[in-house]
Write a protein that binds this ligand. Structure first.
Ligand code: XBP
Ligand code: MG
Length: 257
């Protein structure tokens, strides 16, 4: 039996509900600053989330909604500049008003750190966004809790491609059967499974509830807190009222027995 050696966390939608109140607001503020009359609604943004990566998402929006848009010069440079402005707005939002972590995230991270389990992040978002969320919503030194922070353009292909999880495992010197991943979206599930990891906990949110999480070990509404049990939406019944390291190890053993 191979031991569970590391937990790998997705960021957006998993550690915190960053999309609606973080990224979407940041995108619209950047569009406004650039004098563009683009204002993405919560519904439109939900549609655009099919494409991961903010720069890729802006191009997807143009393809879907403004196919005749003529950028002032090179499109890639225009999108990159717009996205850089969006990232600054996102960083500002993580400071004020800030964003709470999802239920059970801090509790589980503290338990896992006490037990000496290794931690990593595998996300499509820009590294600066991870720093902003961790340092403002988790702890000033939270980045040091993670052996690896695999983020954004560090890999050629974003989720649903498996690259970001493969890269994170390579950096840790671990194999898929030694890892367990946390995700929130269908793109994330595909990325995890494509990397060979089979222990996979999904916590759904407003944008991803109802997506296809086939292949995940368990789908929950959140990780649970004392007195606020998580609800199992599908999959393994191994977990109790809240996700603990003991429950994750049992779930992992079940998958790889
Ligand atoms: C979510 C994403 C990111 C964010 C926006 O990443 O797809 O693109 O929506 O961040 P994950 P950027 O769920 O893998 O954490 O604009 O920096 O891409
Ligand atoms: Mg996510």
């Amino acid at each position: 039996m191979v031991n569970l050696e590391a937990l790998i966390f997705d960021v957006d939608g998993t550690l915190a509900d960053t999309e609606r109140d973080g990224h979407l607001v940041a995108f619209n503020r950047a569009f406004n600053d650039a004098g563009l009359d683009w204002n993405w609604s919560v519904e439109t943004y939900g549609e655009l989330l099919a494409v991961t990566g903010g720069k890729e998402r802006i191009k997807y929006f143009l393809k879907l909604y403004l196919p005749d848009f003529q950028p002032p010069g090179d499109l890639d440079a225009f999108v990159a500049e717009l996205h850089a402005a969006k990232t600054q707005h996102y960083k500002d939002l993580m400071v004020e008003p800030g964003l709470a972590l999802r239920p059970g995230v801090m509790r589980l991270l503290q338990e896992v750190r006490e037990q000496g389990m290794r931690l990593a992040i595998a996300t499509t978002t820009t590294p600066a966004n991870v720093t902003a969320l961790l340092s403002n919503s988790m702890a000033a030194d939270a980045e040091s809790w993670f052996d690896v922070i695999a983020a954004g353009d560090i890999v050629p292909a974003k989720k649903p491609a498996p690259d970001i999880y493969v890269w994170a495992m390579q950096q840790m010197g671990l194999s898929p059967d030694q890892c367990l991943a946390f995700e929130d979206s269908d793109n994330g599930v595909k990325s995890v499974l494509g990397s060979g990891i089979r222990s996979l906990v999904v916590t759904v949110n407003g944008y991803t509830r109802g997506q296809d999480f086939s292949g995940s070990t368990v789908v929950l509404d959140n990780l649970g807190e004392p007195g606020k049990p998580c609800q199992c939406i599908s999959g393994s019944e191994v977990l109790d009222e809240m996700v603990t390291l003991k429950g994750l190890q049992a779930l992992h053993d079940d998958v790889w027995q």
